[in-house]
Write a protein that binds this ligand. Structure first.
Ligand code: PLP
Ligand code: TYF
Length: 394
């Protein structure tokens, strides 16, 4: 049987992690995978998370199963974090999932169960796993224009034009904030225009929010999602705790399904639990527990928010420094968008050949589409990157 298996396409982001590890050159710079790193290149356990872990080590009395949906207290805390008071709690069905990826996967499966004819409209470009999971599930994908690589900003006219082709019941996958891979995001008036268009078309928004707190701040980063929830009758939201709590390997995420009408919620909730049961029964608990503890304790929460804010500010400073260094060395404003982008990523708009040259001649690793992870830089490596970009003539 096994001989019938076919080779599968590699995850280019994870493949780059391996190539970087094998590179023996001192001073090599990793701007690849989207993992936060501090100025020393470490991915620290956040203080409040560590504290919650210590508290829980003492308090935990059993490892017996939780429920199929995970602990309802986790759902309550996350719904509050992501949606605030945009919608009554009673209108939201939710299940814990293994990471944001688990939530994305369950959302696509739910769409397929509800409406096998739904097409999923996906930004061009998007996180590669969106496309590979949709392909794996055999779902129809339609790309919508999103990024203008000349200006480094959102091609909003193109986006609206392409979303204009949606049919009732189609799904529009939107990044809640900190678009991966481009770093270019919608303004509030643009969110409002998308909401109006989706309602006009009878299409359903699905929001993937994996970087809340990394862009403009916890509240501002959720503003687009909250506007959608207020403005559209039905919304799916896949949220990840990997980045903003720094608990990548604990696999912590949540899928929310927002209803206009609370009476409809029970059926969706039962379907979400059913989906969890078919795929892995119970979602992981440890990371969800830490998140619940941190969000539920005023002191831990304040410390977490402060540390997250420092992380965000650090990335903003690196953006400003990189944009001005590129301006200084190239004498042009071409890369000014780096300071306007938000989140961990910016797509620089370099050709694959230039990306390869940077790797070969300068030991600087970025994804082939010229996406950089800003957090892979520090004050010392920003000038090195800027000089190399100018040197390869990008
Ligand atoms: N969605 C996007 C756009 C992402 O960049 C990520 C990244 O890690 C995720 C979802 C989910 O991550 P995880 O499954 O590690 O929570
Ligand atoms: O885009 C990124 O780099 C992050 C991390 O299969 C990631 O989202 C990368 C690849 C992958 C899962 C997560």
């Amino acid at each position: 049987m096994f001989e019938l298996l076919k080779e599968q396409p590699k995850d280019k982001i994870l493949a780059l992690v391996q190539t970087f590890r094998e590179d023996k050159r001192p001073g090599k710079i990793d701007l690849g995978v989207g993992v936060y790193k501090d100025a020393e290149g470490r991915t620290p356990i956040m203080r409040a998370v560590k504290k919650a872990e210590q508290l829980w080590w003492n308090a935990e009395e059993t490892k017996a199963y939780v429920g199929l949906a995970g602990d309802p207290a986790f759902s309550d805390a996350m719904i509050d974090l992501v949606l605030g008071d945009a919608v009554p709690r009673d209108n939201v069905a939710a299940v814990a999932t293994p990471g944001g990826t688990g939530a994305v996967r369950q959302a696509f499966e739910l769409i397929q169960m509800a409406n096998p004819n739904a097409r999923v409209f996906v930004s061009d470009p998007t996180w590669p796993n969106h496309l590979s999971i949709l392909k794996h599930l055999g779902m129809e994908v339609v790309l919508y224009r999103y990024f203008d690589s000349e200006s480094g900003s959102v091609d909003f006219n193109g986006m609206l034009e392409d979303l204009g082709g949606m049919r009732p019941g189609d799904v529009a996958l939107l990044h809640g904030c900190c678009h991966n891979p481009t770093g270019a995001n919608l303004t509030m008036p643009e969110w409002d225009a998308v909401i109006a268009l989706l309602n006009d078309k009878g299409a359903v928004p699905m929001i993937d929010i994996a970087y809340q707190g990394f862009g403009e701040g916890l509240e501002a980063d959720a503003a687009g999602t909250r506007a959608v929830v207020k403005g559209c009758p039905e919304v799916l939201i896949a949220a990840s705790c990997s980045k903003n709590f720094g608990i990548y390997r604990e696999r912590t995420g949540i899928l929310m399904a927002v209803h206009h009408d609370a009476a409809r919620k029970a059926l969706t909730q039962a379907n979400l639990a059913h989906l969890n049961r078919q795929n892995y029964s119970f979602p992981p608990d440890h990371g969800a527990r830490l998140v619940t503890l941190v969000l539920g304790d005023a002191t831990l929460r304040a410390d977490w928010e402060a540390e997250l804010e420092a992380v965000r500010q650090g990335m903003l400073d690196l953006r400003t420094q990189l944009a001005s260094e590129l301006q200084r060395l190239s004498g042009s404003d071409r890369f000014g968008f780096v300071a306007q982008h938000r989140g961990m990523f910016s797509r620089l708009g370099l050709s694959p050949e230039k990306v390869e040259e940077l790797r070969r001649d300068h030991a600087i690793y970025m994804i082939g589409d010229s996406r950089i992870n800003i957090a892979g830089l520090n004050a010392q490596t920003v000038p090195i990157l800027a000089k190399a970009i100018v040197e390869v003539g990008a």
